[in-house]
Design a protein around this ligand. Structure first.
Ligand code: SF4
Length: 62
Protein backbone atom coordinates (compact mmCIF):
# COMPACT_ATOMS: atom_id res chain seq x y z
CA UNK A 1 0.00 0.00 0.00
CA UNK A 2 1.19 3.51 -0.83
CA UNK A 3 0.19 7.02 0.06
CA UNK A 4 -0.38 9.42 -2.81
CA UNK A 5 -0.96 13.16 -2.93
CA UNK A 6 -3.51 14.94 -5.08
CA UNK A 7 -1.46 18.05 -5.77
CA UNK A 8 -4.49 19.82 -7.24
CA UNK A 9 -6.06 19.65 -3.77
CA UNK A 10 -3.01 20.08 -1.50
CA UNK A 11 -2.76 23.61 -0.08
CA UNK A 12 0.64 23.04 1.55
CA UNK A 13 -0.58 23.80 5.07
CA UNK A 14 1.90 21.30 6.54
CA UNK A 15 -0.52 19.34 8.70
CA UNK A 16 0.69 16.02 7.33
CA UNK A 17 4.30 17.13 7.84
CA UNK A 18 3.57 17.79 11.50
CA UNK A 19 2.00 14.36 11.91
CA UNK A 20 4.51 12.34 9.90
CA UNK A 21 7.72 14.33 9.37
CA UNK A 22 9.64 11.25 8.22
CA UNK A 23 7.13 10.73 5.42
CA UNK A 24 6.20 14.24 4.27
CA UNK A 25 8.25 17.40 3.81
CA UNK A 26 7.48 20.91 2.60
CA UNK A 27 10.35 22.54 0.74
CA UNK A 28 11.22 26.23 0.79
CA UNK A 29 8.76 26.85 -2.05
CA UNK A 30 5.92 25.13 -0.15
CA UNK A 31 5.93 22.10 -2.42
CA UNK A 32 5.04 18.88 -0.65
CA UNK A 33 7.38 15.91 -1.06
CA UNK A 34 6.71 12.32 -0.04
CA UNK A 35 9.85 10.56 1.21
CA UNK A 36 8.25 7.26 2.19
CA UNK A 37 5.27 6.57 -0.03
CA UNK A 38 5.33 2.88 0.86
CA UNK A 39 3.30 2.11 3.97
CA UNK A 40 5.26 0.06 6.51
CA UNK A 41 4.53 -1.20 10.00
CA UNK A 42 6.68 1.65 11.30
CA UNK A 43 4.90 4.50 9.52
CA UNK A 44 1.39 3.08 9.10
CA UNK A 45 -0.19 4.80 12.12
CA UNK A 46 1.26 8.21 11.24
CA UNK A 47 0.27 7.94 7.59
CA UNK A 48 -3.26 6.87 8.45
CA UNK A 49 -3.57 9.81 10.84
CA UNK A 50 -2.26 12.20 8.20
CA UNK A 51 -4.72 10.88 5.64
CA UNK A 52 -7.57 11.34 8.11
CA UNK A 53 -6.46 14.81 9.21
CA UNK A 54 -5.69 16.40 5.84
CA UNK A 55 -8.31 19.15 5.58
CA UNK A 56 -8.25 19.01 1.78
CA UNK A 57 -8.61 15.23 1.56
CA UNK A 58 -5.54 15.32 -0.66
CA UNK A 59 -3.93 12.15 0.73
CA UNK A 60 -5.06 8.72 -0.32
CA UNK A 61 -3.98 5.16 0.41
CA UNK A 62 -4.08 2.71 -2.44
S1 SF4 B 1 -2.19 17.97 5.13
FE1 SF4 B 1 -3.09 17.79 3.07
S2 SF4 B 1 -3.26 19.89 2.33
FE2 SF4 B 1 -1.85 19.89 4.07
S3 SF4 B 1 0.21 19.71 3.18
FE3 SF4 B 1 -0.51 17.65 3.69
S4 SF4 B 1 -1.47 16.88 1.81
FE4 SF4 B 1 -1.30 19.09 1.61
Amino acid sequence: MKVTVDFDQCEANGICVGIAPDVFELDDDDNLHVHEAEVTEANRADIETAVAQCPKAALKLS
